[in-house]
Design a protein around this ligand. Structure first.
Ligand SMILES: *Cc1c(COP(=O)(O)O)cnc(C)c1O
Length: 391
């Protein structure tokens, strides 16, 4: 047998972490790595956060799972929290971002179906976007490397260049069900959509009736310094996808929607065996209690400002390694001059975890609870990374 026992779809670094503490990961051989990746923006409140450990183990001793055939009080509590804190009137829980994308797309199509316009199925997205790996989500991306070989690609997706207003305006027609965008493109290379673009997009959707779906799977849950990134632009979507940080490392996702956008999703139209189960929502509630707090978000903004300023200094110091810094809050990208894979490897050699993205960018997605000392240490290690790359 030549195929590994684990289906070889990943290219893994030979790192074997056995323990986590706050912003630190401990390798089996004892090395301590500073984690500026958070498992791709997931461990929002750091590793082994006592608040989350308590929420999870407390629930584990009481009840793990019942299915959505029955009431789940913790699920209702988390939905209430999300409704209180956002534009949304209603929430569906999933186990991942991909599943949230599936429902968001289904919901938008069902909305127009029920309005008597079943031909209105098109979803407009930006090139370079990422919404997951299901057949609908890869169609939403449209990227050759994701869809090739998996055809027929689900029809009804139109892709326009990132931030191209004119192309967007031309693409949104009376066949358009929704526009689906990430307020800060994550996998695509940490590209924030300027506030003006988001405002213009909201106006365009209002004019045409198209629903606005925001994918805040990576940029949501306080990462940009607001609970959700779109709040910076002073607009709200009709439907929003959330995942990654909301479970702090426990698989949990959600689709938030207005009452109007969700009107077609009646009994029997969608479901999930695990979605919003007692374990997941116990953790989700604990995460929300911490993050949906002005003081906490104020600290995120303060730390983000400090990190950003230090990174600008680093850029000035190492212009032949680091080209530019971009992003929002504690979701930052550094465009590199050497191939990004080399920079990531050189960072590993300094016991520093960063995550690659498209456009030759390394991502810094630290725990929102990162300390000032660890921020300074991360910048020190990036400095050493650049020095090692030059030597
Ligand atoms: C990670 C991600 C997804 C997919 O989430 P999974 O939990 O991996 O299914 C979707 N959208 C965005 C913006 C993401 O960053």
């Amino acid at each position: 047998m030549m195929i590994p026992s684990v289906l070889p779809t990943y290219s893994r670094a030979p790192l074997n972490f056995v323990k986590g503490e706050g912003s630190w990961l401990i390798e089996a051989d004892g090395r301590r790595f500073l984690d500026m990746g958070s498992g791709i923006a997931v461990t929002l409140l750091g590793h082994a956060n006592p608040i989350l450990v308590k929420a999870l183990t407390g629930q584990a001793e009481a009840l793990w799972h019942v299915s959505n055939l029955y009431e789940i009080p913790g699920q209702k509590e988390l939905a209430d929290r999300l409704v209180d804190a956002t534009f949304a009137d209603t929430v569906f829980f999933t186990n991942s971002g991909t599943e949230a994308a599936e429902l968001a797309i289904k919901m938008a199509r069902k909305y127009w179906h029920d309005k008597g316009q079943p031909e209105r199925i098109d979803i407009v997205t930006f090139e370079g976007c990422f919404h997951g790996r299901s057949t609908a989500a890869i169609a939403a991306s449209g990227a050759e490397k994701m869809v090739k070989g998996f055809g027929p690609v689900l029809p009804g997706f139109t892709h326009v260049p990132f931030g191209d207003h004119d192309a967007l305006r031309a693409a949104v027609t009376d066949q358009t069900a929704a526009v689906l965008v990430e307020p800060v493109m994550g996998e695509g290379g940490i590209l924030p959509l300027p506030d003006q673009c988001l405002k213009g997009l909201r106006d365009l959707c209002d004019e045409t009736g198209a629903l606005l779906i925001l994918d805040e799977v990576q940029c949501g849950m306080g990462r940009t310094g607001k609970l959700f990134a779109h709040e910076w632009a002073g607009i709200s979507p009709d439907i929003m996808m959330v995942a990654k940080g909301i479970g702090g490392g426990f698989p949990l996702g959600a689709v938030l929607a207005t009452e109007e956008a969700a009107a077609g999703m009646v009994v029997g139209t969608h479901g999930s065996t695990y979605g919003g189960n007692p374990l997941a929502t116990a953790v989700g509630n604990a995460v929300m209690k911490v993050v949906a707090d002005e003081d906490f978000l104020g600290e995120v903004n303060r730390k983000a400002g400090a990190l950003r300023q230090k990174l600008e200094g680093l850029l000035a110091e190492h212009p032949d390694t680091f080209e530019s810094v971009r992003g929002a809050g504690l979701m930052l990208g550094i465009r590199c001059k050497p191939p990004v894979a080399e920079v990531v490897q050189a960072a590993y050699d300094q016991n520093l975890i960063v995550v690659p993205a498209a456009d030759n960018v390394i991502r810094l997605l630290p725990a929102l609870t990162i300390t000032d000392e660890d921020i300074a240490e991360a910048v020190r290690r990036l400095d050493q990374t650049a020095r090692a790359l030059k030597s």
